[in-house]
Structure formats: C-alpha cells, structure tokens
Design a protein around this ligand. Sequence first.
Ligand code: DAT
Ligand code: MG
Length: 151
Amino acid sequence: MEKTFVMLKPDAVQRNLAGEIIGRLEKRGLKLVALKMLKIRQELAEQHYGEHVGKPFFQSLVDFITSGPVIAMIWEGQNAVQVVRKMMGSTDPQAADPGTIRGDFALFMGNNIIHGSDSPQSAAREMSLFFSEAEIISYSKDLEAWIYGTN
Ligand code: DAT
Ligand code: MG
C-alpha cells in the first residue's frame, strides 16, 4: 500500500489544530504508520525543502518550519500521496477550496498548516529524512475490509 509523508507545520501545532487534522486523515480511512513531534533543525529544513533552494521565499520557509515543533507522520492507503494532496488543498490557502485543510484553516501562503509529499518519489525521500525503517509500523486493521470493499 502506498505511503506518504505528512507534516503538521508549527502553525498547526500552535493553533491546536493537530487533533482535528489527524482526525480528518483517520476518518478518511488512511492508516497512521509513524508519528513523532520534533523541532526541525536548520540542516534538516534545508534538506527537506531542497527543491526550493534559491527561490525568493526559501529563507522565510526555513525560518518558519524551524520556528516551533512540528508533527511528522507517515500515512498509508491506496493512492495515499494524491489523496492527501487533495485533502490539503492548494499551496496558497486563499486559493484553496473550502473543505480542504488549507481552505478551512489557513489564510496566508507562508503559514499553510500542512505539508504532504507531492509524488511517491518525494514521499520515499522525505520519509527517510524523518524516520528510520524501525520507526515505521506495519500492522493491519480489521476495518480495512470496510474501507476498501474487500469484505
Ligand atoms: P506545497 O507545500 O503545496 O507542496 P511547494 O512545495 O511548492 O508547495 O512549496 C513549499 C512551501 O513553500 C509551501 O507550502 C509554502 C511555501 N511557498 C511556496 N511557494 C511560495 C511563494 N510563492 N511564496 C511564499 N511561500 C511559498
Ligand atoms: Mg511541496
């Protein structure tokens, strides 16, 4: 089953939105297989956002993501990468549809609540930056049969 890397950014933690967002992902039927809270160091921020090095917003992005604790997670499910991206909504919260996480909880591009991998390749890279293999739990849940219609 596909895995995706998701991170609740410092604004989500500070605004007490973690439970709400984790609840949405859970209720959708995705399975939580890894979770940790951490304060991201400068080097990890620069690695994680390596594709944006040199862009005008890079420094403010690194400053923001290192400004407080984040909650890093891995979620598993059929087509998990794309499913989470759709649930997140557009990068710019003002353009994000209502009903999406950014469209419901954010107003400003810099503080957009949540990160989710944009491809299975990015997911693999990001998961290995934040988690060891041993920290990713493989388990089954009985209700998967009801989520995927295999009962
Ligand atoms: P996403 O987080 O939707 O994958 P991204 O990977 O293009 O978006 O950018 C990473 C983060 O950088 C994004 O969540 C917010 C910030 N960002 C992106 N484009 C920006 C811009 N034009 N101005 C300011 N911040 C920006
Ligand atoms: Mg991105």
